[in-house]
Design a protein around this ligand. Structure first.
Ligand code: 4AD
Ligand code: MG
Length: 427
């Protein structure tokens, strides 16, 4: 049996294979918290109920020893997770000595050095289970709406999101870069499949040591032919709503473990508020932030803005100078682009960046030249504007930042199994 199947096994004699999470002894009874990856279950070894050898073995157990226990499942409201195992038999596979992570508090640096073991802790388990649920519900959302999953390459010849954060590598005699975004490839795919998305790792050599920057993070990027800027925002609202609902429905135990107050998540219902970049600057100034029209937002500005709203908020119509070369200018206000960032509430800031893309050949070429891009590397991308060009839009949602918000974590380092942080690549 897996521990999460306990409710269907009440009064059955079962076998559980796992690890000792914690234990305590109280006279003639030893309580072992056993974890097996699916959950944690209290296993009770009573001196009066078992062979002497089993009781003596149980006494010797240590944190993270690997074991097999057999016994009867009982419902017990007082036990963590509601069920316990009355142990009859116990096998020790390995008796662990000196497990480095003990129930006492450890510093973050120490835990990060032991990330391979830290993953076993209840909190990390809960967080990464929520991550899985977010990934699954994102995929389900697009799959059920007729999107085709198209995998984007990781090794790329050119930049998508500016040249300052590229990880460079050798590609035989050429230079190549780890992908910053699959978007340009999704634009090609959208002209072939209509509605597409990719979901993979992306890489940015960000010289930023903040609570929201990773060097390697996962991004889901939908791209849709004929989708307008307005429809793009709707798609994002529906997606976020769906994901939050799925987490609330399926991750009760996990949210409980990390003590997430879910009231704020229940409020995440479309439509989401929208604020024009110009008004966002004004609002920030009113809040005492020193920023002027034309400046980009940093994490601090986003936090101040996000705190003004209970739901996620779209900031839209940024000046074109601070945004990517491929974004479509608004014909009614050509200094600004049809782009929007979605800022998550509770101070989290940007989790989505999206836009309508330029579909006119001449305009795109002009914007690429203004951005000093090596045009020869982008001929294939320009082809998309030479042959049957249509208006299209898309966005990218960062998985780790979305999880950090939904789980209300202080830092993205806990949102990915093995985080790549500034100049840190161990383990
Ligand atoms: O806003 P960004 O740079 O947008 C793009 O890459 C577009 N090409 C996406 C598209 O339209 N297809 O990044 C999108 C999201 C951000 O909103 C953020 O959630 C996440 O990716 N992100 C990061 N997450 C963690 N660490 C980093 N260093 C990140 N940089 C971006
Ligand atoms: Mg962005």
């Amino acid at each position: 049996m897996y521990i999460n199947e306990a409710k269907d096994n009440v009064n059955n004699y079962v076998e559980v294979k796992g690890w000792v999470y914690n234990m305590r002894e109280s006279g003639k009874v030893i309580f072992i918290l056993v974890r097996d990856g699916s959950g944690i279950m209290q296993s009770v070894v009573s001196k009066n109920d078992v062979d002497e050898k089993v009781f003596e073995d149980a006494k010797k157990l240590t944190q993270e020893s690997s074991i097999v226990v057999r016994g009867i499942v009982r419902e017990d409201k007082r036990a963590p997770f509601g069920y316990e195992l009355l142990v009859k038999e116990l096998e020790m596979l390995q008796l662990t000595e000196n497990y480095p992570i003990t129930p006492k508090e450890h510093g973050v640096g120490f835990l990060m050095e032991h990330r391979h073991l830290w993953l076993r802790s209840k909190r990390q388990w809960a967080i990464l289970r929520i991550r899985h649920r977010i990934e699954k519900s994102l995929r389900d959302f697009f799959d059920s709406r007729g999107f085709t999953l198209i995998d984007a390459p990781i090794l790329t010849p050119a930049a998508c999101e500016g040249t300052t954060t590229l990880f460079e590598t050798n590609y035989f005699d050429e230079k190549a870069y780890l992908s910053q975004s699959g978007q340009l490839y999704m634009e090609a795919a959208a002209m072939a499949f209509g509605k597409v998305y990719c979901f993979g790792p992306t890489f940015r050599a960000e010289k930023s040591k903040t609570r929201r920057h990773l060097m390697e993070f996962w991004m889901l990027e939908p791209e849709v032919a004929f989708l307008t800027f307005e429809e793009n925002l709707k798609l994002q609202e529906e997606m976020i709503y769906y994901v939050v609902q799925e987490v609330l429905k399926n991750c009760k135990i996990e949210l409980d473990i990390i003590e997430r107050d879910t009231k704020m998540l229940e409020k995440v219902v479309p439509p989401f508020p929208r604020i024009h970049y110009r008004d966002a600057i004004e609002l920030l100034n009113k809040k005492g932030v020193n920023i002027k029209y034309g400046d980009d937002f940093g994490g601090d500005e986003e936090t101040v803005l996000a705190n003004e709203f209970e739901k996620p908020v779209f900031v839209h119509h940024f000046p074109k100078e601070i945004k990517a070369f491929y974004m479509q200018p608004d014909p009614e206000d050509p200094g600004t682009v049809f782009a929007a960032d979605l800022l998550a509430p509770e101070g989290y800031g940007e989790i989505i960046g999206g836009s309508e893309r330029i579909h006119d050949y001449d305009l795109l070429l002009q914007r690429m030249k203004e951005n000093n891009l090596p045009i020869e590397n982008y001929q294939w991308y320009l082809d998309l504007r030479r042959y049957g060009s249509v208006p299209h839009s898309g966005f990218g949602i960062g998985l780790e930042r979305t999880l950090a918000w939904i789980a209300k974590l202080p830092h993205v380092r806990e949102t990915i199994p093995f985080p790549r942080l500034l100049e840190k690549i161990y383990p």
